[in-house]
Design a protein around this ligand. Sequence first.
Ligand SMILES: C[S@@+](CC[C@H](N)C(=O)[O-])C[C@H]1O[C@@H](n2cnc3c(N)ncnc32)[C@H](O)[C@@H]1O
Length: 435
Amino acid sequence: MALPIEDLPAWVRLNDVSFDNVEVTDTKDKGYGVLSRKDLTAPEGTVETLQLLAVPYDLILNSFAVEEHAKEDREFKQLLDAVGHHTVLVPTVWTEDERPLLRGTSLEVAVGAKLRALDNEFGMIRDASSTIPSWNDLLWESGTVSFNDWIHLDALYRSRCLELPKSGESMVPCIDMINHSSNPTAYYDQNSKDEAVLLLRPGLTISTGEEVTISYGDTKSAAEMLFSYGFIDPESTSESLVLPLSPFPDDPLAKAKLVAFGKAPKVHVARETGGTIRWESSFAYLQCVNEEDGLDFRVLQDNEGGQQLRVFWQDEDVTDRISEFHKLAQTHPVPEILRLRVVVSVQENLESHLEQLKSELPPHDPSMVREECLKHGLLLRQIETSLLEDAIQALDQEKNSLLEAENVVAYLGSMETSNLDLVGEEASNEADDFS
Ligand SMILES: C[S@@+](CC[C@H](N)C(=O)[O-])C[C@H]1O[C@@H](n2cnc3c(N)ncnc32)[C@H](O)[C@@H]1O
């Protein structure tokens, strides 16, 4: 907040925010946080919970409130100043010296894409506001508001917004001072007056001076935490990552597949409780099929005279179910062969990311890299390296057992007789030919 923290109590009184037995303090390592002022216990098994904070509805900033505020003549810079310039070290604000720490991680592509999206947004706002005098001055003439301000505003928004049950994605002053823990003591909600409230978790006790914490999402991966909040919780047990996929460069259907799929192709990898690796990618199946398997693209005329790209699988129009292609692919004439191609292709993709993760980081001047960026960048690399190594091993096991499957052996045998080039090759090479 632009207000000095000492002025917070007066602001709180003026705005009818209620702090019940808690206070804001500087936590030193996580910025500001909220501490308990006395020992508190919330009764277990009752709906009655212990309220720690209540913020009136009219202080909640959501899209509806923004529309209302936009009716007044407020300048963008004032909003930026009001939100404050506390640095949230999400990777979009990392410098050119810091960003190479993400090379090979799942955030490398994501951060580049986010910066491009922010650049587009900022360009759109500048264009749309060029004829509005005060905005023209801020965004064009004086250049008071820069692209960097837009990046910082996005970082502040993402790191502070809450998902309220009734008001949706919202900024809530004071509740946005609560830090994260994977063993949280509190949670937020909205009461019958639509106030945003912070409540002690039922059955929990916190002692005087203990920090009140919430969970920013226990299923969020290390990459998601770093991307949205600028830190990784070392206590988190959720291990997952999402990597980009691309069609094979020599695939004549590559462009049609991308257009029909309609979103960025990805592979999701996660470690389940118990350690088993799970991965999924609908696009990996689409990537690995062609016309001989029963895939077809047709351009159809619609009622309005326009043209539509439709996808056919085994002669059925599956355009509207393309995001479920991994399920549709089960009707492949030899599903195990398709699975083998997909497994090999995903394995190769993960291996190339792992290779980059394990390669030396480009030399950098340590004085140009902030300690927190180095700490979280290295932690992300370590978490994703371990997950990728285990996923590659799991894929390798699956590949080997598929190569022994009856259908696969028979299919590969028939291929060998019909294609003398393959005769004499090792089974592992044959698998590579299916990638
Ligand atoms: C909603 S704000 C919480 C209040 C914030 N500490 C402040 O000074 O205003 C979220 C930001 O607090 C910091 N933070 C919250 N929990 C943290 C944690 N467990 N470890 C490190 N930083 C944390 C991160 O910078 C995060 O982006």
